[in-house]
Design a protein around this ligand. Structure first.
Ligand code: ATP
Ligand code: MG
Length: 569
């Protein structure tokens, strides 16, 4: 490709709304333009990158026996009503009506559609397992679209679905896909972690996320500094406390005046105790009504773990109004003694023999509160957030480290959630009808490209990992109108092209400085600079984008040397 003919609208300044570096650089490098909030046009340079990511995904999915399909993006409401997600999915689902007033949605994911196909075609266990995938546009009406294509509303996803006759078969494909995903992200040049994850609205019972570690990540990843336990913070287990960990001894229940002291800090200071002597009573507004969650004063409730412990569909901290209305207590003084709500306690709290808690009336707390004696715990379990440096739950000596991560891939064993709802059954080897066991697996294509920029850039611009670079090499004539330079540049460009190297020829009449700036901004891994002086001594200059390192390569016999350099990039 000749630069003079390409549409690469680069910008000097970042758009004001671009908060993260990948968004800034994708706009500045002329890869994307925003059409509406969270909706982007992908320009030629951007599409070259996305196609490279897609092709890596294709190769790795095909390698494990995946077959590519292409499903409709518009889906009938009936299917979503059958699975129960029409109501459950909420506002993220973009709903539409056709001219006959029939309801549809723009697919945010495709479990329903694919299950509908398979339920009509699969009769016997002999036809299983099946692994199908597609690379397609999704629409999710995200509450906060941001960070460019990283969290768009319309975005490109590779989604895969597998169907099985048994749990073991589903596990096998799950492991194969996990391996394929590791290959995909490694080949895209990413530093990532596979972490245990919550299964969210898709449902199911087993799931991992692939997280690219980057400060701009919206997720927190907790991992052990000693063993290989890693998880999304919303899922990270706390080490189970031992009864001996609780230093408290039973005491008499006593009401104490705590005028105006609402927060843990205020109460602790006033009573001269440490926060771990206190218990916080947090009320949650859930699909099963208002419930109370107890954690130690120095801990936070993890709403995801609470949801899982209680098997809830939704759980948000109740607001002040609801607390006053339903519990009749001002915020800051809610406590478990006499509270007319179901009480769920963190495992640590369940072990405590004495605690300080709100007295359910203004300006008062109880001391010496004892679970069992003074209030009943409906259920206890691990419902708190873990923190950095806490002991790892999976090994004796490890400690938790917590970092930010970008979720680029997510894999699930779904079990029979969708196949049961949609009656996707098969006859097993005993001739008995069973629902198919399913798995589903997603990769964000644009998000993967953006994550690669988050990890590979410098003050000059993007530094593409070679396998997903829009061009691998840019040939840069010092002055394209000089005959010898033009001839050599054309020849190098042509040879690279013939050899299957993605090359760009910067044939523009601009100054060399301008060409350098653009090549650096758009992140091409290798520059070949063709100048009259070097040519006279039978060389051209090769400059590596990542290191800035420059070396002379023989000309006209350059190809072997260039191939060698590319091999190491
Ligand atoms: P998130 O928690 O970030 O919203 P998710 O759990 O909803 O992600 P999945 O339903 O598992 O995502 O989708 C599979 C993959 O699609 C994700 O791992 C991510 O790479 C990508 N993805 C999801 N939502 C978006 C989005 N709004 N914009 C771009 N990519 C997305
Ligand atoms: Mg989401």
């Amino acid at each position: 490709m000749r630069y003079s003919k390409l549409f690469i609208p680069t910008l000097k300044e970042s758009p004001a709304e671009a908060e993260v570096i990948s968004h800034q650089l994708m706009v500045r490098a002329g890869m994307i333009r925003q059409l509406a909030a969270g909706i982007y046009s992908i320009l030629p340079l951007g599409l070259r990158v996305l196609r490279k990511v897609e092709n890596i995904i294709r190769e790795e999915m095909n390698r494990i026996g995946g077959q590519e399909v292409f499903l409709p993006s518009i889906q009938p409401a009936e299917l979503w009503k059958e699975s129960g997600r029409w109501d459950f999915y909420g506002k993220e689902l973009l709903r539409l009506k056709d001219r006959h007033d029939r309801e549809f949605c723009y697919g945010p994911t495709h479990e329903e559609v694919i299950t509908d196909i398979l339920r009509k075609e699969i009769k016997s266990y002999r036809q299983l397992p099946v692994l199908l995938y597609q690379i397609q546009t999704k629409f999710r009406d995200e509450v906060r679209p941001r960070f460019g294509v990283m969290r768009g509303r319309e975005f490109m996803m590779k989604d895969a679905y597998s169907f099985h006759a048994s749990d073991e078969s589903a596990q096998e494909t799950y492991q194969d896909t996990a391996e394929a995903y590791s290959n995909i992200f490694r080949r895209c040049g990413l530093e990532f972690k596979k972490v245990e994850a919550d299964s969210g609205t898709i449902g199911g019972n087993f799931s991992h996320e692939f997280m690219v570690l980057a400060n701009s990540g919206e997720d927190a990843v907790a991992f052990c500094d000693s063993c290989d336990y890693a998880s999304n913070l919303e899922k990270s287990e706390a080490r189970a406390p031992l009864p001996s960990d609780d230093p408290t001894a039973p005491q008499e229940l006593k009401e104490v005046a705590t005028p105006g002291k609402r927060t843990v800090e205020e109460v602790c200071e006033f009573l001269s105790v440490s926060p771990c002597a206190l218990v916080k009573t947090i009320l949650f507004d859930t699909d099963q009504g208002l419930v109370a969650a107890l954690v130690r004063g120095d801990r936070q409730v993890n709403a995801v773990k609470l949801k899982n412990l209680l098997d809830l569909e939704s759980a948000q901290p109740a607001d002040e109004k609801l607390i006053a209305e339903k519990a009749g207590v001002p915020v800051g003084y809610v406590g478990p003694v006499g509270l007319k709500l179901k009480i769920y306690a963190d495992q640590e709290v369940a072990l405590m023999k004495s605690m300080i808690a709100g007295a359910n009336k203004p300006d008062a707390h109880f001391t010496g509160v004892q679970p069992g004696r003074d209030f009943a715990i409906e259920k206890s379990g691990d419902i708190r957030l873990i923190k950095e440096n806490e002991p790892c739950p999976r090994c004796p000596d490890g400690k938790y480290a917590v970092k930010r991560g970008i979720e680029v891939g997510h894999i699930f064993v779904l079990g029979t959630k969708y196949s049961s709802a949609l009656k996707a059954t098969f006859l097993n080897d005993q001739g008995k009808e069973n629902p198919m066991v399913m798995g589903c697996y997603g990769v964000g294509v644009g998000r993967t490209a953006a994550a690669a920029i988050e990890q590979n850039h410098d003050e000059k611009g993007i530094v593409w990992p070679l396998p997903i670079a829009p061009f691998q090499v840019v040939v840069m004539p010092v002055n394209y109108s000089t005959d010898s330079v033009r001839e050599a540049s054309d020849r190098i460009y042509q040879t690279l092209w013939d050899q299957g190297v993605d090359a760009l020829l910067d044939d523009r009449t601009d100054r060399l400085g301008v060409k350098f700036k653009d090549a650096e901004l758009i992140g091409i891994p290798l520059q070949i600079i063709v100048g009259p002086k070097n040519l006279e001594s039978g060389t051209v200059e090769a400059k590596i984008r990542r290191t800035g390192e420059s070396l002379l390569v023989p000309y006209p016999d350059f190809i072997g040397e260039i191939r060698n350099i590319l091999k190491d990039l």
